[in-house]
Ligand binder design. Structure first.
Ligand SMILES: [Zn+2]
Length: 421
């Protein structure tokens, strides 16, 4: 890409960019307005500092060459920032943006999730030391109760809270989805407590469709501050799990009398929460634990580097993919060597899960629905129930395909825009 108005005499306007030291020779360069970040060496940070002071491209190149003892391609660096979405072309060329363009830019600005805009002081107590001690305490207490009474462990039958299959599916799904939304709200709250706004997205993880809070802005914070927002969702899940197991534990000991419907409902909650917490540990699906692991190992792009490293073994990489792998961080490549095994194991597990749980469940649901629809008079209650079940099974099975398709269309559109630029 070449920007027509950008040359050696330009003064790119970079004052709005945020520069933060991450490591000895690693700086994060970010645009808080668009949520885009890149990691650059110290020379890159110095370059931005000089541009921000109002020097031209040529002047900055002179100063850097004098300081570093070797020539630096400042033009190339500024173009890279435009490609990465940190600067727009007018900012790169240093022209004052015309009001009309600014209006157009407004539309492109990131729309943050409304719950992530809550003032930090309101949500900070939910993620302080006391709060985290509580979340961890919930998880430990639950494990102790599971160990003391194995009958509290979940089984797949717990998904059926009432004898009517359809009603059970509706109740279970509404509750599971409601809790998934609160899980995401907890991420967004923890991000807000750290001063970072986020976005809510629908994403695909392997064969699963998931809601996801995009906390890209966290990468501008020091690693130690990222753990709380990454783990917040699991903290909430641990609390719900404890709240569901504790009454059943008391009930099984005869300390508490509970309605059998309540017991069944609590059992369903336990199944849902155990399933969710187990899912989060599948790092290869880029779940919450992946983010924690990537932060702990200091990796930048572990998932993509691993995926491309494996793809290279079976298929030819595109030129863009080759460049990504060639320019990959040494740390990413090192960790990818063992992370690769985890990744492969995860894909095998997902196939096993689909074969043993998803397909049989779909078969039972669709078979049952087909039987009802054939047997029940058209437009009767049971006939509608059959239609509802088939629709539900179909949406569940195909949702990941739709998300994959949507992402592919978006990527293609983005590529087209990049070519046009
Ligand atoms: Zn989460």
């Amino acid at each position: 890409m070449t920007i027509a108005a950008l040359d050696a005499t330009s003064r790119p306007s970079v004052a709005h960019l945020l520069v933060r030291q991450e490591d000895e020779d690693e700086f994060v360069l970010g645009n808080p307005a668009t949520g885009r970040f890149v990691v650059v060496p110290e020379a890159g940070a110095r370059l931005i500092e000089l541009l921000a002071a109002g020097h031209t491209v040529a002047e900055v190149a002179d100063v850097l060459e004098h300081e570093l003892g070797e020539p630096v391609d400042v033009l190339d660096f500024v173009e890279m920032l435009v490609e990465a979405g940190l600067l727009d072309e007018r900012e790169a060329a240093g022209e004052a943006a015309a009001p009309r363009v600014e209006e157009a830019e407004q539309g492109k600005k990131v729309k943050y999730w409304v719950v992530s805009k809550i003032p930090p002081w309101v949500v900070k107590p939910l993620f302080g030391k006391a709060a985290w001690t509580f979340y961890v305490g919930c998880l430990v207490a639950t494990l102790v109760m599971f160990a003391a009474d194995h009958s509290l462990l979940p089984s797949y039958e717990d998904a059926f809270v009432v004898t009517d299959i359809m009603l059970s599916l509706v109740i279970t799904n509404v509750v599971v989805m409601g809790l998934a939304v609160v899980h995401e709200i907890w991420h967004a709250f923890a991000g807000a407590a750290a001063g970072v706004k986020s976005q809510l997205r629908l994403e695909r993880r392997g064969i699963f469709t998931v809601l996801e809070t995009d906390l890209t802005g966290l990468w501008a914070l020091p690693p130690a501050k990222r753990y709380s927002p990454f783990l917040a969702g699991m903290g909430f899940d641990s609390f719900v799990l404890f709240a569901a197991v504790a009454p059943r534990f008391a009930y099984s000991r005869g300390w508490l009398d509970l309605n059998p419907h309540v017991v069944r409902f609590l059992a369903m909650l336990v199944l849902s929460q155990v399933g969710k917490l187990a899912f989060q540990t599948m790092a290869y699906l880029r779940t919450d634990m992946y983010l924690v692991m990537a932060t702990a190992t200091g990796c930048k792009n572990l998932h993509q580097v691993t995926r491309l490293g494996l793809k290279r073994l079976i298929r030819k990489l595109t030129p863009v993919e080759q460049t990504i792998l060639r320019d990959a961080d040494a740390k990413d490549l090192r960790v990818a060597r063992w992370y690769r095994l985890l990744y492969l194991a995860g894909i095998v597990w997902m196939g096993w899960f689909a074969w043993n749980f998803i397909l049989p469940a779909a078969k039972v649901t669709i078979g049952w629905a087909a039987g009802v629809m054939v047997g029940a008079p058209v437009f009767s209650f049971y006939w509608w129930e059959g239609i509802g079940l088939v629709t539900f099974a179909f949406v569940n099975l195909t949702a990941p395909l739709f998300v994959a398709l949507r992402n592919r269309i978006r990527a293609r559109r983005a590529a087209r825009v990049a070519v046009a630029v």
